[in-house]
Design a protein around this ligand. Structure first.
Ligand SMILES: Nc1nc2c(ncn2[C@@H]2O[C@H](COP(=O)(O)OP(=O)(O)OP(=O)(O)O)[C@@H](O)[C@H]2O)c(=O)[nH]1
Ligand SMILES: [Mg+2]
Length: 339
């Protein structure tokens, strides 16, 4: 990929807080930027664990990103998202695009069994140097799951991928936030399962750029499609882009070419009239907000605000022994004193 020809020398000027990388970190980054999957895995672990060098690594990778197309795939548990991701990955690889996958592990015990299956299925492709997949297990990281997923996606992109597929279970706010990181969001629906379009959260409907009616081999695909169209006639959310409805059978691959064509159409539309840039600026605004909060919390933690300490304050506040507004104001002052 073009951006990988940059040398670290150029990149280093832009590092977060003027941080300098150690020799070991430079080697790690150079390997990552050349697409070494082991270096990438190591960098992801450092970032996921909020290691002290995480910001410097992300900062060094940032100039090597921006070129890849990010596709979010969201939908109810078991809708066939991973099977679709696998099919789409093959489609893109066949078109000589390098593919990265981030799968956010569902936390619901209902779907827990699928995680292992995903890992095995995705790992089978690990021999392909143009493919990299990672599942996110982190919960409760400082900046939240959406921020952690965005950071991991950034690292994978910097390692030279052209297309990123980000799979999330579209149930909670966190997951909707993750889907919003994408340039194009696919909302996967299935016939039956009591999963009527009407019952879908408004947030999920709003983020859909393309509707996928998967498991179209089952009865009721017509009805799902009609319901989506009925809702669409009520609301136009994307200006002159009407989200298409594509039927698929992910297990056999039926409809995948049509889906890939819809993605390509949307990509062309996004690349006109600055739409992609506008969308990404909106994403960055949300992400910056989360990054600032995370950084302030990180500093507060460094200043000794441990979970333990927070719990003590909370107990005192609950019993009327401490004023929360004074406490927060004091904590903020301490954080801001730090250079
Ligand atoms: N009949 C039918 N089954 C499908 C289709 N697509 C996927 N499946 C099956 O549905 C099950 C769930 O598929 P996954 O791809 O794991 O679904 P998922 O949405 O990733 O699931 P979670 O990540 O656990 O939410 C698997 O047994 C698939 O084989 C389809 O088009 N038709
Ligand atoms: Mg899955």
């Amino acid at each position: 990929m073009e951006s990988n020809r940059f040398t670290l020398g150029i990149v280093e000027k832009n590092l977060a807080g003027g941080a300098l990388l150690s020799g070991e970190q430079r080697t790690l980054l150079e390997r990552l930027l050349h697409g070494d999957p082991r270096a990438l895995a190591r960098a992801i672990s450092l970032v996921e664990n909020d290691a002290p060098q995480a910001a410097a690594i992300l900062s060094a990778c940032f100039p090597h990103t921006g070129g890849a197309l990010r596709i979010g795939i969201t939908g109810a548990p078991g809708a066939g998202k991973s099977t679709l991701v696998d099919r789409l990955a093959r489609q893109f690889l066949a078109a000589e695009r390098k593919v990265g996958v981030v799968a956010v592990d569902p936390t619901s015990p209902f779907t827990g069994g699928a995680i292992l299956g995903d890992r095995i299925r995705f790992q089978e492709r690990h021999n392909d140097p143009d493919f990299y997949a990672r599942s996110m297990a982190t919960r409760g990281s400082l900046g939240g799951l959406a921020l952690a997923t965005a950071d991991v996606a950034l690292l994978i992109e910097a390692s030279g991928k052209d297309v990123l597929l980000i799979e999330t279970v579209g149930v909670g706010q966190d997951e909707i936030e993750i889907a919003r990181l994408a340039d194009i969001t696919l909302v996967v629906l299935v016939p039956g399962m009591g999963d009527d379009v009407q019952s879908l959260k408004a947030g999920v409907m709003e983020i859909a750029d393309i509707f996928v009616v998967n498991k179209s081999d089952r009865d009721g695909a017509d009805r799902v499609e009609q319901e989506i169209r009925a809702l669409q006639s009520l609301a136009q959310v994307h200006g002159d882009w009407t989200p298409p409805v594509v039927r698929t059978i992910a297990t056999t691959g039926e409809g995948i070419e049509r889906l890939a064509a819809s993605i390509a159409e949307m990509e062309t539309w996004l690349r006109c009239e600055n739409r992609l840039a506008d969308r990404r600026a909106e994403h960055w605004q949300r992400r910056l907000d989360a990054m600032v909060r995370a950084e302030l919390m990180r500093r507060a933690r460094r200043n000794g605000l441990s979970e333990e300490e927070l719990r003590r304050h909370a107990a005192r506040i609950a019993s009327g022994g401490e004023d929360p507004w004074q406490l927060v104001s004091q904590l903020a002052k301490e954080v801001l004193k730090e250079k």
